[in-house]
Design a binder for this molecule. Structure first.
Ligand code: PNS
Length: 168
């Protein structure tokens, strides 16, 4: 079949830090679009992050190095403006549970209001990641818990360097 256009999507987020749930979504997204741009938000309103934007960008690059059609960058300002600059037709977001839905629906509708041409694609990560969030990972790690099956190995190493003391 002849395909006239390449589909490019943006997977935006805070990624503080990257989890296996994010990675699972990246792998799924990369299978259905031609190009997937993972974009770390620079001006997050979520309070002080544990990792710098550069560290988060690096951890994403390290973990996605084997996926050919995935690239990693950063953005600030409106996601719709960034998507337009990139020539992306869609935004990819993960929904883990019903609790994610309201926030995601609000964002998707606001983005649609701002740019009716930009579509939001929702995908579900594998069910073993439905409870995994960056916030819980940081909380558990700070208290000495083992998160090594929930984040990629490079993130475990970075967490150990960032939060010394509790982990051998
Ligand atoms: O991983 P997160 O923190 O849930 O990601 C949130 C993100 C980065 C997708 C969202 O905060 C965002 O797109 N921010 C950019 C500012 C923007 O465009 N806001 C209007 C849309 S609601």
């Amino acid at each position: 079949m002849h395909r006239a256009k390449r589909t490019k999507a943006i997977y935006p987020g805070t990624f503080d830090p990257l989890t296996n749930g994010h990675l699972d979504l990246i792998a799924r997204g990369a299978k259905i679009v031609d190009e997937l741009v993972v974009a770390v938000l620079r001006n997050s309103e979520k309070g002080k992050p544990l990792f710098t934007v550069l560290e988060r960008e690096e951890m994403l690059r390290e973990a996605t190095v084997g996926i050919e059609n995935v690239s990693v960058t950063t953005f600030d300002g409106l996601l719709v403006d960034f998507a337009r600059e990139q020539g992306a037709k869609a935004v990819l977001r993960g929904i883990r549970a019903v609790s994610d839905y309201e926030y995601e629906l609000q964002m998707a509708m606001m983005n649609r209001k701002l740019d009716p041409e930009l579509e939001t694609l929702f995908m579900m990560p594998g069910e073993k990641y439905t409870y995994v969030s960056s916030r819980l990972i940081k909380g558990v790690f700070h208290l000495g818990g083992d998160v090594s099956s929930l984040v990629p190995p490079n993130v475990v190493e970075r967490l150990k360097r960032k939060v010394p003391g509790k982990h051998a």
